[in-house]
Design a protein around this ligand. Structure first.
Ligand SMILES: [Zn+2]
Length: 294
């Protein structure tokens, strides 16, 4: 008897049972994979989440070496070594803000120079957000909380609609671009834009409550996160979602439930660095460094 076509690798059901299940009702889907039962979907979901959590922890330890923003600004904006040191001192003293931000606050560079340096650092094109031709459909592809937390704003689509164009202000971890791509099911074409302009666009295109990052559940262990995720999966299965997607991005967890008419998004925070996997102590709520910037 052939094994079922269930996507869960440890599924032991037989093909005949799977067919029976399929004929009964629409099978639950996760990331477009079909499962023979809710149980197999849960097993796959927990396993996928654990894998991604582990990978994130590993990746966090290996950072991609990039030219330093200070070095670039010394070359492009002609700041002096002394100015750079002053900015580094301020950053160290306050434990907040980015170096480019401090150079700007101290009046050594303007925002455009920082943006241009970041574009050079990341090897990305600059986008002028002065009078952007922002596409509302593009904006709606990414929930406000995700956009705000990631410091990005979707601005449009490329000509063949295969890529979502997003303006970002660094630091951006491009390893997470892939995760966002899977969630929106389109390629991501990133551009570097002025941080203040991105902030203004966020406020223009999203309602304040869509951008509100306070009162978001925060989890300090993988177990807690999985439990919360399973709760969402349960709702999705009950309401016959067409597909369920979930990604760990930087330090937030984004779930997307696709229904025939619309998509529902869920957003959690987690603290990957602070608490080892084995502990289930909730960390204190973390203030966002970037949110404190003017
Ligand atoms: Zn199965």
């Amino acid at each position: 008897m052939p094994k079922s076509q269930c996507h869960w690798k440890e599924c032991t059901r037989l093909h005949s049972e799977f067919s029976l299940f399929l004929s009964r009702r629409r099978p639950p889907r996760f990331e477009n994979h079909i499962f023979c039962s809710d149980g197999c979907l849960y097993s796959y979901f927990k396993n996928a989440l654990s894998d991604r959590w582990r990978r994130l922890r590993e990746e966090r330890e290996s950072t991609i070496p990039r030219p330093k923003i200070g070095t670039i600004l010394m070359q492009t904006a002609f700041i002096t070594r002394e100015q750079l040191d002053a900015a580094i001192r301020m950053q160290k003293k306050t434990q907040e803000g980015r170096l480019g931000e401090w150079l700007r606050r101290l009046g050594f560079v303007d925002e455009h120079q920082v943006t241009a340096a970041l574009a050079k650092q990341y090897g990305l094109p600059v986008i002028n957000l002065k009078n952007p031709d922002t596409n509302e459909d593009a904006v709606r592809m990414i929930p406000g909380k995700v956009a705000k937390r990631s410091g990005l704003i979707p601005v449009g689509f490329d000509d063949d609609q295969s890529h979502l164009q997003v303006a970002v202000s660094a630091p951006v971890d491009f390893r997470f671009q892939e995760a966002i791509r899977r969630m929106v099911r389109k390629g991501i074409a990133p551009y570097i834009g002025d941080q203040s302009a991105i902030q203004q666009l966020l406020e223009r295109y999203y309602e304040p409550e869509e951008l509100d990052l306070s009162n978001i559940p925060t989890y300090g262990s993988l177990d807690d996160l999985i439990e919360a995720g399973c709760g969402i999966v349960r709702t999705a299965i009950k309401n016959r979602a067409l597909d369920i997607r979930a990604e760990l991005i930087q330090d937030f967890f984004w779930m997307r439930l696709d229904y025939p008419e619309e998509a529902h998004h869920h957003f959690f925070q987690y603290d990957l660095a602070a608490v080892p996997e084995s502990l289930t102590v909730k960390p204190e709520e973390k203030e966002y460094g970037y949110a404190a910037l003017p």
